[in-house]
Design a protein around this ligand. Sequence first.
Ligand SMILES: C[S@@+](CC[C@H](N)C(=O)[O-])C[C@H]1O[C@@H](n2cnc3c(N)ncnc32)[C@H](O)[C@@H]1O
Length: 203
Amino acid sequence: MTRADFARRIPVTPDVLDRLQRYADLLVKWQARINLVGPSTIPALWERHMLDSAQLTAHLPSGPVLDLGSGAGFPGLVLAIMRGGPVHLVESDVRKCAFLREAARLTEADAVVHNVRIETLAPFPVAAITARALAPLAKLLEMAENFLHPAVHCLFLKGRGGEEELTDARKDWMMTLERIPSLADSSGQILHLREVHRGRDER
Ligand SMILES: C[S@@+](CC[C@H](N)C(=O)[O-])C[C@H]1O[C@@H](n2cnc3c(N)ncnc32)[C@H](O)[C@@H]1O
């Protein structure tokens, strides 16, 4: 998938596309020095990373977003570029945070980088929580627990194992669930959770 293919799938302004390109260029440049994403995924950057992240914009409520384990900025930094912020990027690795700060500066993204482990971050109000490739769902909800409230939307990008993770998470958590097929991965889905709270459905 090229940048032009991406723009055919996701409606974006020329300005946003230009800022995404700046982000892509910086990522390729830094990737030579630090491992930001799997090297084999670089040729498919616009599909595997940009489209995969950008598809979440259609499902996000307005208001602050918290992106857990942002790594090189997927999906959080793409969302900050596409829809404005604030998007809070939580990442424990110091070098990845240096990259995220530089990428946010260069793309004029409304992103706040928190170089901490998510478990230690003092909670603040957010409208949505996003994550990709951080942890299985049950663990992810534990990590997000301080930020959960009935109105928060959780949008988690999941691959093939999503169903198994759901079964496991439902042993300890109740939620309203919508499954959305991924635009970027034929075996993947977005788990859109609302009203997440601890408990077990005994019906
Ligand atoms: C597999 S990477 C995924 C990165 C990105 N979300 C993506 O999909 O490309 C997971 C990232 O989460 C970070 N991480 C792991 N545990 C964390 C924690 N408890 N708090 C904050 N970041 C964490 C790691 O440093 C790593 O960059």
